[in-house]
Design a protein around this ligand. Structure first.
Ligand SMILES: Nc1ncnc2c1ncn2[C@@H]1O[C@H](COP(=O)(O)OP(=O)(O)OP(=O)(O)O)[C@@H](O)[C@H]1O
Ligand SMILES: [Mg+2]
Length: 236
């Protein structure tokens, strides 16, 4: 469904110093699965996430989404895929300062329909923000703003959710709850979570270990192996 083929991302800072943020990556992600991308700081986790989501263009190689090669699409078509199919949660929350919390969550749907308003309220309540909906972002803590960004990413029921270190500003309990909400409300969306904290990847189907811009290992979790063995039994 979403794949990267022979993908490299090179930063040319000065003439002779090249940084390979990604080196010849090959990866295929399937519908409805939960993926973790795990690796130390500077290993290329964000680069991989942004390359997959078309926010960063590869230096070499291709990214395909639903059999379409993203590098061949125009900016307008790409922007439209990002708007309708993708949900983003970044390391920084990027809330709009002059909108209320509820309005911020509704930004991606550009609608004040009852359905979305109720969904927004439900998401915010699940994230422990039921009393913050009419406040402005500056009245909230960093961790609370991050949770608003999670609700905003889920509001329009995207097909793929890209999440970059979203639990870094949360305490352990809030981080666990945020992950639970993501899982509960993703409605079958593919979930890709970048982190250096494996404890938040409970329930992931596969964990992609990245090191120095390369995939070192793809770990099938217990969950995934159980799924495969059940499938195997059905087939035999
Ligand atoms: N805009 C940039 N210009 C130059 N080099 C960059 C840029 N962005 C990232 N890099 C380099 O690319 C490599 C991978 O960076 P990336 O941000 O993908 O790592 P990361 O695993 O997400 O790290 P972190 O856990 O600290 O967020 C690093 O060596 C980094 O210094
Ligand atoms: Mg990063």
């Amino acid at each position: 469904m979403l794949s990267i083929k022979n993908g490299s991302l090179i930063y040319d800072l000065k003439k002779d110093t090249k940084t390979y943020a990604l080196k010849n990556i090959n990866l295929t992600l399937e519908e409805q699965k939960f993926y973790g991308i795990l690796g130390p700081s500077g290993s290329g986790k964000s680069s991989l996430l942004y390359a997959l989501s078309s926010l960063k263009k590869l230096t070499k190689g291709d990214v395909s989404y639903k059999k379409e090669q993203l590098s061949k699409l125009g900016d307008e078509k790409l922007a439209s895929i990002r708007k309708t199919d993708f949900g983003f949660i970044f390391q920084k929350h990027f809330l709009i300062s002059y909108l209320t919390i509820l309005e911020n969550v509704l930004v991606p749907v550009n609608s004040t329909s009852k359905y979305y308003k109720n969904r927004a309220k439900e998401l915010l309540s699940e994230l422990g923000l039921e009393h913050q909906m009419n406040k402005k972002p500056y009245q909230l803590s960093g961790g609370q703003c991050q949770r608003v960004a999670i609700a905003r990413a889920l509001i329009n029921e995207p097909n793929v959710i890209f999440a970059d270190e979203i639990t870094a500003s949360l305490d352990h309990k809030s981080a666990e709850n945020a992950m639970k909400v993501l899982q509960k409300y993703r409605n079958g969306a593919t979930l890709i979570v970048v982190t250096h904290d494996p404890s938040i990847l409970k329930g992931a189907d596969e964990i992609i270990h990245i090191w120095d811009g390369e995939i070192k290992d793809i770990e099938m979790t217990l969950q995934a192996s159980k799924h495969f063995s059940e499938r195997g039994q059905h087939q035999s």
